[in-house]
Ligand binder design. Structure first.
Ligand SMILES: NC(=O)C1=CN([C@@H]2O[C@H](COP(=O)(O)OP(=O)(O)OC[C@H]3O[C@@H](n4cnc5c(N)ncnc54)[C@H](O)[C@@H]3O)[C@@H](O)[C@H]2O)C=CC1
Ligand SMILES: CC(C)CC(=O)C(=O)O
Ligand SMILES: [Mg+2]
Length: 298
């Protein structure tokens, strides 16, 4: 049976890293007699230029048919003037929502052979191995948003169910790793964070007594990540905080280009993409690090 892979190269360095990833995948598939078939689709700025919208219906249908979706990156300065729902990034958000991939796994590992690449002192960075589980289909990115005269708003909303499913996934991951789960929130200020904290504490107390649960406020967490990264095992957090903290944590490894991700739902195809964006500053120069894409494929 052929495994159907949908390639969505997107914009900027997206096509470069997808091409590099496919070289590796082709070699592996041939070497192991693993039968794959590719389909390529449009997303983001490339889709806007070709069809007028960042997520053509044809791409969504192909993603639903696929066994796995490999995405490069979307976005670039040429589309920055568009309204929010017409921008390249809206295409990626629509894809994540349509596939129901609520958990975005972002492993950050400082490899022994690359520790010298880290701008962080060796005695701090060496051996760091953190799995971020970022909630991917809720929160600020998906809440009601708009403008009212000179004002603008983005609503952050989370339901108990949305929190429960991603916390359970993170707790399962921690159980199979080093048994430590860290929740990052802003429960001293945000109502949604207080719900995250209550639900997480309840789930861990009831179902994961084996785990050591640590809770950090997000502002302090940004410091702990770069001063005691080895203390972390699995970190679970909401969509916005996870987006920001993983770019920060990538610094430990020396390059955001090294960081892969897998976005998983309860059923259906997974979405596999590097953590970085379209990097317009280096696009077309043959400089993009493809390891994040290759590890996403792995
Ligand atoms: N998943 C996605 O498709 C994402 C898309 N974006 C979009 O990408 C565009 C550019 O965003 P930026 O803020 O510049 O973030 P970015 O992640 O594209 O780039 C940030 C910095 O990291 C470098 N970098 C990124 N990937 C690299 C790689 N593989 N190898 C070596 N260096 C790499 C870039 O050259 C740049 O200096 C924006 O339109 C943004 O919305 C941003 C993040 C994720
Ligand atoms: C919609 C994306 C541009 C958000 C992002 O930066 C990410 O998922 O890493
Ligand atoms: Mg990001």
């Amino acid at each position: 049976m052929s495994h159907r892979i949908l390639l969505l190269p997107g914009d900027g360095i997206g096509p470069e890293v997808v091409e590099a990833g496919c070289h590796v995948l082709d070699h592996l598939a041939t070497a192991t007699n693993f039968d794959i078939s590719y389909e390529t689709g449009l997303i983001g700025g490339a889709a806007i230029d070709a069809t007028g919208v960042p997520m053509p219906a044809q791409t969504l249908e192909a993603a639903r048919r696929a066994d796995a979706v490999l995405l490069g990156a979307v976005g670039g300065p040429q589309w920055h003037g568009l309204p929010g729902d017409k921008r390249p990034e809206a295409g990626l958000l629509a894809l994540r929502a349509a596939l129901g991939v609520f958990a975005n796994l972002r492993p950050i590992r400082v490899r022994p052979q690359a520790v010298e690449q880290s701008p962080i002192k060796r005695e701090i960075a060496e051996g760091s191995d953190i799995l971020f589980v970022r909630e991917l289909t809720g929160g600020l990115y998906f809440g009601d948003k708009g403008t009212e005269g000179d004002a603008a708003y983005d609503v952050c909303r989370y339901s108990r169910t949305e929190i429960e499913r991603v916390v359970r996934l993170a707790a399962d991951a921690a159980s199979s790793r080093r048994g430590r789960l860290t929740l990052v929130d802003k429960a001293n200020v945000m109502e949604t964070s207080r719900l995250w904290r209550a639900v997480t504490e309840e789930i861990i107390a009831q179902h994961y007594k084996n785990l050591d649960l640590e809770i950090l406020l997000v502002d302090a967490a940004t410091m702990h990540l770069l001063t005691r990264p080895r203390d972390f095992d699995v970190i679970v957090t909401e969509n916005l905080f996870g987006d920001i903290l993983t770019d920060e944590a990538s610094v430990l490894t020396g390059s955001i280009g090294l960081i892969p991700s897998a976005s998983l739902g309860a059923t259906g195809a997974g979405l596999y993409e590097p953590v970085h964006g379209s990097a317009p500053d280096i696009a077309g120069q043959g400089k993009a690090n493809p390891i994040g894409m290759i590890e996403s494929i792995a």
